[in-house]
Design a protein around this ligand. Sequence first.
Ligand code: UD1
Length: 417
Amino acid sequence: MELSIKGMTPLRGEIEISSSKNAILPILVAALLADESVTINKVPDISDVTIINQLINSLGVAARMEDERVVIEGQPNGHQPPYELVRQMRASFLVMGPLLARQGKVRITLPGGCAIGTRPVDLHLKGLRAMGARIDITSGDVIASAKKLIGNHIYLDFPSVGATENIMMAACLADGTTYIENAALEPEVVDLANFINHLGGNISGAGSNVIRIRGVRRLWGGEYTPIPDRIEAGTYMVAASASAGRVLIKNVVPEHIKAVTAKLKESGAEAEERGNQIEVSRKDEIRPLYIKTLPYPGFPTDMQAQYMAYLSCADGSSVITESVFENRFMHIQELMRMGARIRTEGRTAVIKGEKELTGARVKATDLRAGAALLIAGLNARGTTVISDSEHIDRGYEKIVEKLNALGAQITRQPESH
Ligand code: UD1
């Protein structure tokens, strides 16, 4: 599918943020650890959720979407998630921890390179090995086994979100206590720990850089509602300011998006926090920024592309350094087709602000790159057509409907080529 966007309409009104994609994916996977039925509330209708549910079903556990809930029932009886599902989404690799913990074995394809870099899994494997898993890599598959995982001290060379989550899930049914040092601090890691504790797990320190996981014999069932999506919120905040409109963003945790809000204010926007809502507006020119992506609580890499689109029309030159992923600048080429002036040197991009962008045919290379092009298209003169827009649907629920309700003019259409 492609999206056609008529540009230059200020966004005005209210928008409700969905639950966090990056919290829900590991939470759904962690339901594989439970002995009884698990219900997750307020699950967004996005394609990454559909894929993870298919993956869970492929392991002999029923995962059904009913209205806005996913109900997960049954015990895993498979240990080999299908290649076609795993290769579609890196988060699939998170089944490794729960399957090792419950089945004592797992065979899963290595996530290959993707549009934003090679994204290795060495830290996941290092942690699982430290807990006593035997791990071999054969023909692109990781084959792991462990009679019983044993708690240990695990130091992560980098605070990887996925490695922290995978190890945490493996450790919650292990013998003894596991300490993850230099753990990721992301709110989604905290939400996963809260969910596991809600089912009877014993995890403390999530949200700090040392997480302690005391192994328990079993996890029960339960019902859980995940946190709101901070990246979805950040994306609409930037879109609102880019269009010089005024939007009330509802269902956010302002604490989770401090870095995004701070940069938005620095650029000349107003962002007024009221409980779990933020109102964003802008009257003055967009001021140029210096941004460096970092692990939480630093500026999120998942907001880098959207800010680049925004700063393409700033009053001066901005500098963005991507320090989390090695190759996350695929959107630059596409933004330049719309008239943006950007040059790169390694992981740094210099964006020379232009008065305005011009609509063009562009391609969404990945989820956040797609969101960036949408922001650019909303503010470009003329019509922008984004092909491969399925990437955007992986992580943004009803994005066309939500933006059109704010006054945008976006239509979905079959790919024209
Ligand atoms: C998660 C998010 C993703 C976000 C990223 C960073 C989900 C489903 N996805 O991805 O949206 O952009 O966090 O905030 O939650 N690395 C290694 N070895 C490893 C693991 C990671 O070198 O074993 C490197 C990666 O290549 C990357 C960096 O660490 O350069 C960050 O990756 P990580 O934090 O693991 O991101 P993900 O969990 O894949």
